[in-house]
Design a binder for this molecule. Sequence first.
Ligand code: FES
Length: 82
Amino acid sequence: MSQNQPDPKVKLTVARKGPLRIANPDGLITIEWNDGEAVTPPNDKMFALCRCGASSNQPFCDGAHTKIGFEAAEEATGQTEE
Ligand code: FES
């Protein structure tokens, strides 16, 4: 991040072989299923959404991606968006 930009209120980080990590220090993000049911993250200031499908605590990551050797499509194909 540039030194001229303020610290973001929310930051999303995509792990290349794991979850989508969300830093939510001000609690600005709420999560719900697409049917409107609210979802409460284990820690509302910092949490991770599962991208591999193997978590037993969906939609959150429980670390199962490390056991199944998850590789995101962009890693498995060697293609990345520019
Ligand atoms: S990304 Fe971690 S359990 Fe799916």
